[in-house]
Design a protein around this ligand. Structure first.
Ligand code: P6P
Length: 335
């Protein structure tokens, strides 16, 4: 019996009598944006939507045409939603407030990376949309403020991603659980396919861009050596998998266990991945599934953001593997 995401979120809402259904409606709207983006991702090779847009984003990265399409789709869908006061996008310099009365009285704001991994579009590798939902801290009825978008990840109400892979899935977490929904194209609905996702405490896969090894700290290089030693009792040598699209690498980690690392290195002294658009939502999801996420010192969700586009190192995945990596990185290796 198929349960659609809308049916599921409404059933979940019934467990909280004080819930108003606004969060469910917001997840439905994000799912709609995902379906529209999916339609264009699936035929990217056939329409003039491949390739570069000819502009660069605030990160100084070449914008792909699909990046811009995905960004515009999310902005417009959430503008028409009656449950979003404003957005911040990895593709936009500043946050955006929706000025109509309904939006100004909405209690949520949304941050998103509209199409993460877009350098993989032209080679048909999996890419994804990552989103975060916070309760605003600014007063209802007023335009949202930058502070609404600079909250730590431990204030998240929900976070999730849509992965455009061998199938299209929407995975989202609340503080209660993580659930995955697979798009059934014949009815245009996301249907529950991965209820209550939990992450194994251990895994056999490590995932990082090994081409950066010579730029890593000594501790990171020692951890890599550890991963490749053949000590069977701990499942080593581990298997290495790296797709270069965070959503795809993290979805595999969520389903199979393992560790994903994008550490600080000589080229990226603060790490490459964005705290608000990639690392906080993914850590929220992984923690809700029983894993953990660290910046190498403390929990990612405890970082108090100071800039919308700040970056952070990230060690995320199965708890025991993250702990072992941090022993090396913090140079506290136990025998
Ligand atoms: P590198 C994609 O550009 C991205 O932002 C993430 O999706 C991915 O994990 C990372 O960068 C890949 O970076 O330096 O290994 O190509």
């Amino acid at each position: 019996m198929l349960i659609t995401m809308d049916e599921f979120t409404i059933q979940e809402t019934r467990k909280f009598p004080q819930a108003t259904g606004e969060l469910s409606a917001l997840l439905r709207d994000i799912g709609l944006a995902g379906k529209i983006i999916n339609k264009n991702v699936r035929k990217a090779g056939l329409s003039d939507i491949l390739g570069q847009h000819g502009a660069t984003n605030v990160q100084g990265e070449e914008q792909m045409k699909l990046d811009v399409f995905a960004n515009d789709t999310l902005i417009n869908i959430l503008k028409n939603s009656t449950d979003c006061a404003g957005i911040a996008s990895e593709e936009n310099d500043e946050h955006l407030c929706y000025e109509d009365t309904y939006s100004a009285n909405s209690k949520y704001v949304v941050l998103f990376d509209p199409l993460d991994g877009s350098s993989n579009i032209d080679v048909n590798a999996s890419i994804g949309t990552i989103f975060s939902i916070y309760r605003r801290v600014s007063p209802l009825g007023q335009p949202c403020t930058k502070e609404d978008f600079l909250q730590p990840g431990n204030k998240l109400m929900a976070a999730g991603y849509i992965i455009y892979g061998s199938s299209t899935m929407m995975v989202y977490a609340t503080r209660m659980s993580v659930n995955g929904f697979t798009l059934e194209p014949s009815i245009g609905e996301f249907c529950l396919s991965h209820p209550n996702i939990t992450l194994p405490q251990n895994g056999k896969i490590y995932s990082l861009n090994q081409g950066n090894t010579n730029k890593y700290s000594e501790g990171m290089q020692n951890f890599l050596t550890y991963c490749m030693e053949s000590k069977k009792e701990e499942g080593r040598p581990y298997t290495h998998r790296y797709i270069g699209s965070m959503v795809a690498d993290l979805h595999r980690t969520l389903i199979k266990g393992g560790i994903f690392i994008y550490p600080a290195d000589k080229s990226n002294p603060k790490g490459k991945l964005r705290l608000q658009y990639e690392c906080n939502p993914m850590t929220f999801i992984v923690e809700a599934a029983g894993g953990t996420g660290s910046d190498g010192q403390g929990n990612i969700l405890d970082i108090v953001p100071t800039e919308l586009h700040q970056r952070t190192p990230i060690f995320i995945g199965s708890k025991n593997m993250v702990a072992k990596a941090l022993e090396f990185v913090q140079d506290k290796v136990t025998a």
